[in-house]
Design a protein around this ligand. Sequence first.
Ligand code: FAD
Length: 416
Amino acid sequence: MFDYMLTKEQIKLRDEVRDFIKWVPRQLVLDMDKDIIKFPKDFLREAGRRNLMGCRYPKKWGGRDMDWVSTGMVMEEVGTIGYELACVFGVGSELVCDAIIHHGTDEQKEKYVKPLLRGDIFAAECLTEPRGGSDFFGATSKAEDMGDYFLLNGQKRFIVGGEGADYFLVYAKTNFEPDAKPQDSITAFIVDRISGVETKYLYNLMGCRGGGTARLVFHDVKVPKENILGRLNGAYAVFNTMMIPERLGTAIMTLGSARVALEIATHYTTRRKAFGVTINNFQGVSFQVAEAAMLLDAARAMGYATCRAVDAGVSMDRTRRMISESKKFITESCQKIVHNAMQVTGGIGYTNVFPLERIYRDVRLATIWTGTSEVMAMIVAHEWYREYLKARATKLTRDFETDAEEAFVEDEKIYE
Ligand SMILES: Cc1cc2nc3c(=O)[nH]c(=O)nc-3n(C[C@H](O)[C@H](O)[C@H](O)COP(=O)(O)OP(=O)(O)OC[C@H]3O[C@@H](n4cnc5c(N)ncnc54)[C@H](O)[C@@H]3O)c2cc1C
């Protein structure tokens, strides 16, 4: 952690989170990895009891009136105990509650945010469908207006907390006009686990186990009208703000897991001997550790710079680019860090004598969920070109292209 960037209040919160992480029973981590525990309610109850969730929300709703840098710091620290524990910590309190805080009514905040942050109830986010997750606006789950309520039908896939959550944030199509734009056709709903909501299938995952990741089926679920989040057909706005915690939070928590892997590997390489010397004396080993340390610092710097951008209220377009860059760079860097950590521990790193193999399996998810690396690159490219062309059109900066001897030989500047 960059301690020098934190205020006294943030350092106090960090130490509270570290104390919480020390509290987490070892057996919980092991049992989740074996899927013996399906969803870690006791972990979330304790986080709630300690008031660690949603620190950036107003105190009135159970938060601490802090900022995104504080949230990033909390997510990094929670990530140290395991990527899946950070997933369940984040999905309810940092994603679903963020959407309700930004778009919900006071009644919704009272009913769904406050008890969740206390650790009394649990939530899941239902965006991905079996037909695809990257194309959010292709949602086929639908909710029909029946007068007093909406009738929800459809399926959502890979939902963390599909087993365990008490309520769900569900995106469903509500505008069936043939020429309606996809951005104006979807509504976000808060759906309680009531009749018609079925946890149909629990996935056998490579890693990130024990978080109740499931396929959910919604069959003729009667959703009261007051459970619309934001506007009817207004899910685009909810989606836009939600992508901040969805991508920035999940990126930063990867740093915690990668940090642990690097620390384990560093310790190991100062003790393990080969050819009569400890292996950190070999550049082949220490340079891999150095590369991992460098990537960790670079990724963290990017993550916290992006948190600052969100706190500063930088424009949505710029923030979207920075968040997408952070998601891709941090998660890919963390995978490389864990790869190096396993490499320098040799064969034993590949066994469950050290937790490196679990961390390796867990963080593999990081470049896939909450928007794949490919989708992040697509957004970065889109926003970068738009930003650059807009800036160029203002002609406020020097035209660097003319700083070449033959810059004005126009016949040689062929573009088509
Ligand atoms: C363990 C786990 C937990 C999850 N938790 C949740 C959750 O709690 N809630 C939730 O809603 N979702 C969740 N997800 C879903 C996750 O966000 C999606 O899996 C992810 O967004 C990718 O969607 P997809 O699997 O349908 O892949 P697809 O969208 O089918 O993509 C397949 C491949 O095609 C690539 N691709 C797609 N479109 C493009 C494009 N335009 N350009 C270039 N490449 C492209 C993708 O990058 C990917 O490599 C979870 C997934 C997993 C595995």
